[in-house]
Design a protein around this ligand. Structure first.
Ligand SMILES: [Zn+2]
Length: 278
């Protein structure tokens, strides 16, 4: 039998939980109303989804709905497992749905060590379930009975369609905020992401609890730091890109060290700057 990977469970307030997966340090969320409960991101395949589902069922027996913050495999590849266990409503942004339709299979590579069945498309729950319910650009309120969940976007950032989920002072931010590792720029527009972080700061009060896509829970000061760091990295990065011959992409080790994101993500960051503002 396939091994279920159990997350760490942390209760954040009377209705909200953070379920932290060990593989990619990814955070799922759970918000429990009186009639329904919402699951935010389902893990990177059937192994994590099975552990997540079991942990959720120890907290609530209510019908579940799912919200995917964005289309990266570590956040959506557990969807099929949840559908097979009775979940009918999956919500995502139009851009996330489009990415999954066109490029979903390319995400399989990402999870190959943690979820080999998902990577190889073998066995139960290894197909990609694309959410059918698209969250409008103006956002949506999802009624859980006695509790409303606010689902909204703030524009392009980590991907073309990142959603945030708010319940009271708890804010699930998806990969727009990352703790414990650098932001991931693979599908990002760093220019727009930096602007978005400014708007995100305004959405937060001093007591807002922000659950990042990966790593530990943070506060608005952390978002402010990530915002300023990205603005400074863009200033530095533009100078680096301008120093190369036209059309070339050739970061030196020294140039990568000028950026705060480690060699791999700093290199991707520079590549995105070059592609987006050639
Ligand atoms: Zn992501």
């Amino acid at each position: 039998m396939m091994q279920a990977l159990a997350p760490n469970v942390e209760q954040l307030d009377a209705r909200c939980w953070r379920l932290h997966h060990h593989g990619f340090s990814m955070n799922s969320g759970l918000v429990v109303g009186e009639d329904r409960a919402a699951v935010i991101d389902t893990g990177s395949g059937p192994r994590e989804a099975a552990g997540l589902y079991a942990a959720i069922r120890r907290i609530t027996g209510l019908p579940l709905i799912v919200v995917n913050t964005h289309a990266h495999g570590d956040h959506v590849f557990g969807n099929k497992y949840f559908a097979a266990h009775g979940v009918e409503h999956f919500h995502a942004s139009a851009a996330a749905v489009e990415h999954l339709r066109g490029h979903g299979h390319e995400e399989r590579q990402l999870v190959r060590f943690l979820e080999p069945e998902m990577a190889l498309r073998q066995g139960p729950y290894s197909s990609i379930l694309i959410p059918a319910e698209i969250v409008a650009e103006s956002g949506a309120m999802l009624d859980l009975g006695g509790t409303a969940l606010e689902v909204f976007g703030l524009g392009r950032g980590h991907t073309a369609g990142d959603l945030l989920v708010r319940c009271g002072r708890i804010l699930f931010a998806g990969d727009l905020v990352e703790e414990g590792g650098p932001p991931n720029f693979e599908d990002a527009d760093p220019f727009l992401w930096a602007e978005l972080l400014g708007r995100l700061e305004e959405e937060c009060g001093p007591d807002t609890v922000i659950v990042p896509g990966h790593g530990n829970v943070v506060d608005v000061d952390f978002v402010r730091h990530q915002h300023r760091e990205m603005l400074a990295a863009i200033r530095e990065g533009k100078e680096i890109v301008a120093s190369w011959p036209a059309g070339s992409f050739d970061p030196t080790a020294y140039q990568l060290e000028l950026l705060p994101y480690g060699p791999e993500q700093s290199s991707i960051f520079l590549q995105r700057l070059r592609e987006l503002r050639p």
